[in-house]
Design a binder for this molecule. Structure first.
Ligand code: SF4
Ligand code: SF4
Length: 211
C-alpha cells in the first residue's frame, strides 16, 4: 500500500534546550494520565574528566537532547505486530493510528516499536500513541508539540517537503535512537554538534524518570 502523501517530523537538536514544553503541551492537550508521554525528551550524555598529572585536567563530556514522538514510519513494526488491525497506517497521509474500538490492549505493538511510542492505558485497557494531532491538521494547524516549542526546534509536514526545507537535516541514526533500517521513520534531525551515532556506548540516557 502506498500513501497519497506521507507526513513526518523535523527536529533541530542544535536548538533544543531540553525544556520539555513539547512533552508537557502534548500531555496537556491529550489529557494523558501519569506514566504516559506521547512525546518524550531524552537527555543523552557521557564523557569524563581526566587528571593529566601535571596539575591540569582535560575532558570530553557531552550532552544533548532528543525530542521524539511517533515517527509514523514507512515500515511500521507496530502495525505488523498488531493481531487485530487496530494499529493501522492511514492511506491518505501515512499517519499511524490506533482504532480504540478494536484494540485489545495486548501490548504487541509496544513491544515491537523500537521508539517506545505506543503506551498502554492500563485503566482503559487500550494502547495509546501520538496521533500526529490529526484533528488539528484537519483545521490547518500544526501539532501542539510543534507550535508550543519556544525554540522552534520542531516542525511537521509532508516529509519530502521537510527534507527540501531543511537540507542540513539527516536520517535519525543518532544515539539514543535505533537504526532507521528497522522501521524507516519519517523523522529528520539536524544533529547537535555532540551527536553520537546509533549504537554509541560512550553515553547514556540520564533522565529516565522524566520520560
Ligand atoms: S504531534 Fe500531537 S500527539 Fe504527537 S507528540 Fe505532538 S502534540 Fe503530541
Ligand atoms: S514510531 Fe513505533 S509506533 Fe510509531 S509508526 Fe514507527 S514503529 Fe509504529
Amino acid at each position: 500500500m502506498t500513501n497519497k502523501i506521507q507526513y513526518g517530523f523535523y527536529f533541530d537538536a542544535t536548538r533544543c534546550t531540553g525544556c520539555k514544553t513539547c512533552q508537557v503541551s502534548c500531555k496537556d492537550r491529550k489529557d494523558l494520565p501519569v506514566g504516559i508521554n506521547w512525546r518524550r525528551v531524552y537527555e543523552y550524555a557521557g564523557g569524563q574528566w581526566n587528571q593529566n598529572g601535571d596539575g591540569t585536567v582535560s575532558q570530553d563530556v557531552f550532552a544533548y537532547y532528543t525530542s521524539i514522538g511517533c515517527n509514523h514510519c514507512s515500515e511500521p513494526a507496530c502495525t505488523k505486530a498488531c493481531p487485530t488491525g487496530a494499529m493501522h497506517k492511514r492511506r491518505e497521509d501515512g499517519l499511524v493510528l490506533i482504532d480504540a474500538e478494536i484494540c485489545i490492549g495486548c501490548g504487541s505493538c509496544a513491544r515491537a516499536c523500537p521508539y517506545d511510542a505506543p503506551q498502554i492505558d492500563n485503566d482503559k485497557g487500550i494502547m495509546t500513541k501520538c496521533d500526529g494531532c490529526y484533528e488539528r491538521l484537519a483545521e490547518g494547524l500544526l501539532p501542539t508539540c510543534v507550535e508550543s516549542c519556544p525554540q522552534r526546534a520542531l516542525d511537521f509536514g509532508v516529509i519530502d517537503e521537510l527534507r527540501a526545507k531543511y537540507p542540513d537535516a539527516i536520517e535519525p541514526n543518532i544515539a539514543p535512537l535505533p537504526s532507521t533500517e528497522i522501521t524507516h521513520p519519517n523523522l529528520i534531525i539536524k544533529p547537535n554538534r555532540n551527536a553520537k551515532p546509533t549504537g554509541d556506548k560512550s553515553g547514556q540516557i540520564l533522565n529516565w524518570a522524566e520520560v
